[in-house]
Design a protein around this ligand. Structure first.
Ligand code: DC
Length: 212
């Protein structure tokens, strides 16, 4: 079974994807971390993420799991990832990696921006997870504080708005729900309620639930 989860930054899709993978015994790939890792490779070398040659090289030579989560999850790396992710050639390279991951048994949950539309258009279930930009900014802000990162709420909000704009308006694989995706708005939901709602949708679609 393949479950495709898309949505904007800090919509809750990552946590949801991990929990769903665990629940259904599937592999999980946070596809944003691929773009983040390519961006961080460039930043660490003192390069400009907008330099397409550097971005292609970083994507081609990317080693999975090379970086710590804390280093990948900074606002600066997220912003740079969104720049790198707008480049068609970079997306082609990442597409191959994502499909190779999704292909093998026992199936997978992938979360990102274009999973239901481009990476896995034939996924068994597609979810599009959203939340208001203020709620998402509050989540990112709280996470950053927990990691001990010094951030301002307004900065986090501006960063998210800029990324939303770039991710939804880029020419290649823009963020949008697949026609057959289920929408899940988590603005008012905690993670447990969002998880239960997602399981209900997935079991309803795949008829694999215990109560069927
Ligand atoms: O989900 P995230 O915040 O870790 O993603 C970082 C950036 O990577 C995001 O701004 C857009 C890009 N991205 C993408 O274009 N396609 C994906 N499937 C996943 C992420």
């Amino acid at each position: 079974m393949i479950i495709a989860i898309d949505g904007p930054a800090a919509s809750g899709k990552g946590t949801l994807a991990r929990r769903l993978a665990n629940h259904y015994g599937l592999k999980h790939l946070d596809t944003g971390s691929l773009y983040r890792a390519a961006a961080l490779t460039i930043l660490n070398a003192g390069g400009d993420p907008a330099d397409e040659g550097l971005a292609i090289e970083a994507a081609e030579q990317l080693e999975f799991n090379r970086f710590d989560d804390d280093d990948l999850r900074t606002p600066g790396v997220g912003d740079a990832a969104s720049i790198v992710a707008a480049m068609p050639r970079v997306r082609e390279i990442m597409l191959r990696r994502q499909r190779a991951f999704a292909g093998g048994p026992p199936g997978a949950v992938l979360d990102g921006r274009d999973i239901g539309t481009i990476v896995c258009p034939d996924a068994d279930v597609k979810l599009f997870v959203t939340a208001s930009v203020d709620v998402r900014a509050r989540r990112r802000y709280d996470e950053a504080l927990e990691r001990g990162q010094a951030v301002q709420f307004e900065e986090v909000l501006d960063d998210l708005k800029r990324r939303d704009e770039r991710d939804t308006t880029r020419a290649v694989a823009p963020l949008r729900p697949a026609a057959d995706a289920h929408l899940l708005d988590t603005s008012e939901l905690d993670i447990e309620t969002a998880f239960q709602a997602a399981v209900k949708l997935i079991d309803g679609e795949t008829q694999t639930g215990c109560d069927r």
